[in-house]
Design a protein around this ligand. Structure first.
Ligand SMILES: Cc1cc2nc3c(=O)[nH]c(=O)nc-3n(C[C@H](O)[C@H](O)[C@H](O)COP(=O)(O)OP(=O)(O)OC[C@H]3O[C@@H](n4cnc5c(N)ncnc54)[C@H](O)[C@@H]3O)c2cc1C
Length: 392
């Protein structure tokens, strides 16, 4: 890791999963990189309790993390592969998606967000052309035709040719660059609940749709699991205020029969908002990950879309470099074109699920259950949709 440079080719603000992955891949291309992050990820030890924030990582995201050189380090910590996904509204009318239908050995891996970030962070610390500014926050941003100037909270300044904003859903860089967003709150919040299991669960994740929102189970490494309970903000607030013992009773009463024998250990509440930036770049500032888009997490696609942003942008950068072209307007437009379309498609698909399953009119209920039944038997179409969701 380099020290004390103040001019960089690319600065990344936000060293979360998306920003850190982008920084690793761009550093591999030989650029001088600065990463500005407000808090270093906590280090790992096997006896630590599981974090609440976990992500279902698709095979495409695994390839990206392999390319960044960190997947083996993540595997050496805690991950859980899952090979099947089941979803239903009416018990007995279940749709199953299996890894073999997608032509893969697993549908994905469930990993704590912090461990993905930590493995990337360790990699960044080892790269000679990366300088980490942490803990640090940006207080001022100005740009002209050739560079961006950042002032950090402690008064330090950084000059950079390009600035990647990967500072999450509430991106300060997005506001400083005056990029607007379209957003609305889903009328649902989400309670994440970690549980201890009596037996290790099979490698199957499932989700049942209820009128107020889905309830889902994700197997975690060892005898652990994660429950996701979507409901009205008021009900989630009430549930979040319960002790683990009280919540345990609610879970046993309200989760589907498929829930394995378990005990609640800890839980936390997350509000859900859909956001989409009105543009993916402004001058020399480029948005990635949650800074550009947030999505309903019911199909676990958020960070997978962020990693697709990373793959697209770093690929475009590499092609320009190989062709000895300057990265500029044409490349920015290509990035926006590629990602805006794919992210909009996935956001709209999630909104369709959210809206479709929130309606309790009988004809609509019959229609969506017929759709689930059709999906179960859709053969080629089901395989195609599954491979798209896995980024294959
Ligand atoms: C309940 C829930 C469940 C989810 N489940 C899944 C799932 O199963 N699969 C999936 O793919 N996605 C899932 N997601 C979405 C996923 O968590 C996000 O898409 C992902 O965390 C986005 O990563 P990011 O790096 O873009 O942003 P973040 O994870 O928000 O990281 C932003 C980084 O920027 C830093 N930062 C912020 N502001 C500043 C600042 N001013 N200065 C310096 N640093 C700053 C932060 O410290 C952080 O490190 C879920 C989301 C929710 C809410």
């Amino acid at each position: 890791m380099e020290q004390n440079k103040t001019h960089f080719d690319i600065a990344v603000v936000g060293g979360g999963m998306v920003g850190a992955a982008a920084a690793c891949l761009l550093a591999q291309q030989g650029w001088q990189i600065a990463v500005v992050e407000q808090a270093e990820p906590e280090s790992y030890s096997p006896e630590q309790a599981m974090d609440l924030r976990v992500s279902a990582i698709s095979p495409a995201s695994v390839s990206l993390l392999q390319q960044a050189g960190v997947w083996d380090a993540i595997l050496a910590m805690r991950v859980r592969a899952y090979k099947e996904l089941a979803t239903w509204e009416v018990p007995g009318l279940e749709t199953h998606f299996k890894a073999e239908e997608a032509g893969t050995t697993e549908l994905g891996f469930i990993v704590e967000n912090r461990l993905i970030q930590l493995a990337l962070w360790r990699q960044l610390q080892a790269l000679p052309n990366v300088q980490l500014f942490c803990p640090a926050r940006v207080s001022k941003l100005s740009q002209n035709e050739t560079s961006v100037s950042l002032t950090l909270g402690d008064g330090q300044t950084i000059q950079t040719s390009w600035l990647l904003a990967a500072d999450g859903a509430h991106s300060k860089i997005r506001s400083l660059a005056k990029i607007g967003i379209n957003s609305w709150d889903y009328r649902q919040d989400c309670l994440l609940i970690n549980v201890d299991l009596e037996e290790e669960a099979p490698a199957i994740t499932w989700q049942q749709f209820y009128p107020a929102g889905p309830r889902a189970f994700l197997p975690l490494a060892g005898k652990k699991g994660s429950l996701v309970w979507y409901d009205t903000p008021a009900r989630v607030a009430r549930l979040a205020a319960l002790s683990p013992v009280q919540l345990d009773k609610e879970v046993k009463h309200h989760f589907p029969d498929q829930l394995p024998a378990c005990k609640v250990t800890h839980h936390g509440r997350f509000p859900l908002t859909r956001r989409h930036a009105q543009q993916y770049y402004q001058g020399r500032v480029i948005l990635l990950g949650d800074a550009a888009h947030t999505i309903h997490p019911l199909a676990g696609q958020g960070v997978n879309l962020g990693f697709k942003d990373v793959a697209s942008l770093t690929g475009i950068w590499q092609t320009a470099q190989q062709k000895q072209q300057q990265f500029g307007d044409a490349q920015l437009r290509q990035y926006e074109r590629e990602r805006l379309c794919d992210n909009t498609l996935m956001q709209s698909a999630m909104d369709l699920f959210y809206a479709g399953f929130s309606q309790q009119h009988l004809p609509l209920k019959i229609l969506r259950n017929l759709a689930l039944l059709a999906a179960e038997n859709a053969g080629w179409l089901k395989r195609k949709a599954l491979r798209y969701a896995l980024g294959l």
